[in-house]
Structure formats: C-alpha cells, structure tokens
Design a protein around this ligand. Structure first.
Ligand SMILES: [Zn+2]
Length: 374
C-alpha cells in the first residue's frame, strides 16, 4: 500500500509498504477515501519536536480522515462494514480521573491519530477503534464530510468560551481553522466579527465566510481601541505565530476573553501582561475535542454552514502530497485547505513479497515518490 512519510523536517516521501490485513480487538480496518491536511500536519512537516512530545521521523501525517470500513473485529459493529465513516482522531483512555469525570479532552493518556506515537491517515489501510468511527450521511460527499473534524474544533472553541449572544468577536489568524471559527461564530449569533491576518487573500476569504471587517494586525488594534467598548468580548487566536496572542489581548475589551486555539511554532505565547491585567482578561487554552463529530456532521448539514466548502481550495492526489505541503508552507496559490483524495487500495498490486521491492531486509525503505524540500 502507498504510505506518506515525513522523513526529515520539510521532506515528504511516498513509500510502498505491506498493507495491514487484520484488525485488533474492538477495532475496524479502514481504507481512507480523503484526508485533510491539518494545521497539526503542517507543523509536523515544519518542525515536529518540540511542539509534539515524542515526535520522531519518519512520521505518517493525517489527523482528519474519511474512510471506508473494510474489516471488522469478530462481533464488533458488523453493520459498519463497507460504510463510510469519519474518524474521531482522539482516543482517550476511559480509565483516568479526567475520563471518569467526563473531561475526556484532558486525558493525559489520549492517543491522537497522526500525533506521535500514533501514525496518521496518509496510508491506504490501518485500523482504528470502532467507537471512534462515525457514519456519514449518504448524501454528503467525502471531501465535505472531512470538514467535520476541524469544524468540531471550531465549535469547541465556543463551548470553552462563555460567549454572550450578540457579543463581538475577533479571530486572529485566518487559515482554515480561523475561517471555520468565523462561520461558527456567525451561526452562534455573534454580533460584529472582525478577522485579523497579515495576508490579503486570507482577509478576503474571512469576509466571504461572514466576517464584518478584516484587518492586518496593526489596523485591527487601531480599530478595536477606537470602538465604543475599546475591544471585543472574545478574541480567538488560531494563528501559529507567538505574536498573535499579543494582538488578541490588544483587541479585547475590559473583562473580555482570549482563547488560545493555535499552536505557536516557537512554542511561546507572548502578550502584554500589564494590558491583560488592566483589562482583567480571562485567558483560556484548549485541547482537541472528543466525541463531538456526530454533532459536527449535523452542523455541517445546517443551512448556516452554506458555502463552507469554499474553504477547500485544493483537492489533490496522493502523489501530489509533497507539492501540497510545500504549497502550504509557502502559502502559494492562495491556499487555505488541501484535501488529499486517496487512491483505491488494490491488493493485487502487491507482489508475493507484498511489496514493490522498496523495503530492505532491515526494514529501511526507499521512496517511490518525489522528494520535496522546501
Ligand atoms: Zn483518560
């Protein structure tokens, strides 16, 4: 089967390796149909460690996946066989004090698809716990269903925040997650929404997703400070720049909230402590949600999410994954969201040795795809 490996920072290679044929207890064997390249994947491409504990090369990316179930454990969810499912990427332990208290997103033992030590979905076959495979409505295309995963994260931001009805909001960072956050804010009855990003095409995308105004960071601070309230009720930082939290604090009103939803590349969050203290801001960090995908699929189907598919700017093949990561890294072609269409798995492609001759006896493998260094 074809597998994508991040082999060194900013290097992506495509391998042909033996496919998995059996499931573990309580698991389903799945074949990915589409995989969305997430912000986490993009960070692993650029840095990996120290942003993610235990990150090692090679790593298989892919945290957002729609797949077809092709194998079931004995007695486990046979009705799911051949169904299309979206995979909940977070697998909590269900035993620790946080899991027992119903705070599964805080589980310190949670395993996450595409986050070490768990390999991601850019491989043609793997197994995943059956309880984390959520069936997709028949009339929902694969590439739209895969949006349920980032949409659940955007919706989770507003669950964490005590966001007042018709409150004002700012979204700092208008990548894919920022744009979905704007869409969810609008659906949840936000008043004025301002979008903040230094890049022009992202600001334009933010307005098309429902932001009332879009600014670069300096303009945004001027605008917020000159407003009647001196800022917004809620500022959500979904950028990967450490300075973006400074902007989030600066555009918040007194008594407002700042939600840090992004992962800064240099592992630091920087803001003016005096300003945050004088405004008595509430600052929250968030983790990826768990068990919200069924709700997220329903949200995806609601009329309020109309047009959200426009955030998928590129639908590419598995062979184009190296180009996709390079494009995201360089922000080329007005890229917002890249979704990879996985090829159909063909067992007969595998020889008697199950490999097309690219893995040596010691397990070292050679790429069959192009190498991207960018
Ligand atoms: Zn737990």
């Amino acid at each position: 089967m074809k597998v994508v490996h991040l082999t060194t920072p900013e290097t992506v290679e495509l391998f042909d390796l033996p496919a998995r044929r059996e499931t573990g207890a309580g698991e389903l064997l799945v074949e990915p149909l589409v995989v969305g390249i997430s912000g986490t994947d993009a960070l692993h491409y650029r840095r990996g460690a120290p942003l993610t504990d235990g990150f090692r090369h090679p790593h298989i990316p892919g945290t957002e996946c729609v797949a077809r179930v092709v194998g079931v454990d004995r007695g486990v969810h046979k009705k799911l066989l051949w169904q299309r499912v979206v995979l909940d990427p977070v697998s909590p332990c269900m035993k620790c004090e946080w899991c027992r208290d119903g705070q599964k997103t805080l589980c310190p033992h949670a395993r996450t698809l595409g986050c070490p030590p768990v390999m991601g979905a850019m491989q043609q076959r793997f197994s995943w716990p059956s309880a984390l495979c959520v069936p997709i409505p028949d009339d929902m295309p694969d590439e739209l269903a895969v949006l349920a995963t980032p949409l659940s994260l955007a919706a989770h931001f507003l669950e964490v925040a005590r966001f007042p009805f018709m409150g004002s909001a700012a979204v700092v960072g208008c990548g894919h997650l920022g744009l979905l956050t704007i869409k969810v804010l609008r659906a949840r009855g936000a008043g004025e929404i301002i979008a903040i990003d230094p890049i022009g095409y992202r600001r334009r995308a933010a307005v098309s997703m429902g932001a009332d105004k879009a600014f670069d960071p300096i303009e945004a601070i001027d605008y917020a400070r000159s407003s009647k309230s001196g800022g917004v009720h809620l500022a959500i930082d979904v950028s990967n720049a450490s300075e973006s939290s400074r902007t989030a604090v600066a555009v918040s009103r007194r008594g407002g909230q700042v939600l840090i939803g992004g992962i800064p590349l240099d592992n630091r969050v920087l803001f003016d402590a005096r300003e945050a203290r004088q405004k008595a801001l509430t600052v929250n960090f968030t983790r990826r949600p768990h068990n919200t995908l069924a709700r997220s699929l329903r949200l995806r189907q609601s009329p309020q999410m109309e047009g959200v598919e426009a955030t998928i700017t590129h639908l590419l093949s598995l062979e184009e994954v190296p180009d996709a990561f390079r494009m995201i890294r360089r922000m080329e072609e007005d890229v917002i969201k890249v979704v990879i269409q996985m090829p159909t798995y063909e067992p007969r492609e595998e020889s008697a040795q199950m490999i097309t001759g690219r893995v040596s006896a010691n397990g070292a493998s050679e790429p069959i795809g192009q190498v991207a260094k960018g």
